[in-house]
Design a protein around this ligand. Structure first.
Ligand SMILES: NC(=O)c1ccc[n+]([C@@H]2O[C@H](COP(=O)([O-])OP(=O)(O)OC[C@H]3O[C@@H](n4cnc5c(N)ncnc54)[C@H](O)[C@@H]3O)[C@@H](O)[C@H]2O)c1
Length: 257
């Protein structure tokens, strides 16, 4: 029987207070890893940490703004020896390309691009001296093409893939792997935000959601947080030891490049 056993490993997960990050953190705990959580939402972080400890592994957390390099590095220091870093935190700003405000552009680049760059640089600095470790960053199928209604979100997710590839080449001689996950459509807070902005006139939010799935996903269903967490677990497990510099779409066939 093949299974993924991470007993005794130390994983760090950002964006772990809710949504995909929380699902990834729980998945690591189910695989036996100790987990350190990072996010800005303290109440939800506490709840996630308690849920994880109830699975029998150790779990601590840092209130960390991932767009601040020093805070990112301090979170990794607090976690101790880090075997796995899964950087999931990110935001979505949905706005037509010619209507988005400059401060919104600055904010989404700071959190999504600088955040991923911080994850790559702080993660590599932590792992290279130990000659082992794996980093996973969260892009999106949005990183594969442009979009007039969410241009700057797509920009940040394309940039994340580029940083990931440079980080993979930097880490490779030292035995550190770096990959990206590109989720499709999962009904987290991010999608509630998109529905508010993409609903056609006279369409309810639910009708808009069902139309999006019907029009966009060949396999005919949205992804669950569990779908994403399973793929993240695989990409950061010993089963993926010879995979680096790759961006994996988990999207029911919605994107094939
Ligand atoms: N939900 C989807 O359909 C989807 C699709 C593709 C990619 N993604 C990506 O997945 C990731 C997680 O999204 P989600 O759907 O779980 O969204 P979410 O809003 O439910 O969770 C995001 C988490 O990131 C945290 N966060 C935001 N800014 C932060 C900061 N500066 N520092 C620390 N934490 C911060 C939030 O507090 C929140 O807990 C994002 O990077 C998103 O772009 C999501």
């Amino acid at each position: 029987m093949v299974s993924i056993d991470l007993t005794g490993r130390q994983a760090v997960v950002t964006g772990a207070a809710r949504g995909l990050g929380k699902a990834v953190a729980l998945k690591y705990a189910q695989a036996g890893a100790h987990v350190w959580l990072g996010d800005l939402r303290e109440e939800e972080l506490k709840e996630t940490a308690e849920e994880i400890r109830s699975l029998g592994v150790k779990c601590g957390y840092s209130i960390c703004d991932v767009s601040d390099y020093d805070q990112f590095e301090a979170m990794l220091e607090a976690a101790g020896d880090v075997d796995i870093l899964a950087h999931v935190a990110g935001i979505m700003i949905s706005s037509p390309m010619l209507e988005i405000k400059q401060e919104e552009i600055d904010r989404i680049i700071r959190i999504n691009v600088n955040g991923t760059d911080n994850a790559c640089r702080a993660g590599l600095r932590k792992m290279i001296p130990r000659k082992k470790g794996t980093i996973l960053i969260t892009s999106s199928v949005a990183g594969r093409h442009g979009h007039p209604g969410h241009a700057h979100y797509h920009l940040t997710k394309a940039a994340d893939i580029s940083i990931m590839q440079s980080a993979a080449l930097t880490g490779a001689p030292h035995g550190v792997t770096v990959n990206a996950i590109c989720p499709g459509i999962i009904r987290t807070a991010i999608w509630e935000h998109i529905l508010d902005h993409t609903r056609k006139e006279g369409e309810t939010r639910e009708e808009c959601w069902e139309r999006s799935i019907r029009e966009m996903i060949p396999l005919g269903r949205p992804q669950s947080a569990e779908d994403i967490a399973d793929a993240v677990l695989f990409l950061t497990s010993p089963l993926a030891a010879n995979i680096t510099g790759q961006a994996l779409n988990v999207c029911g066939g919605m994107e094939m490049n």
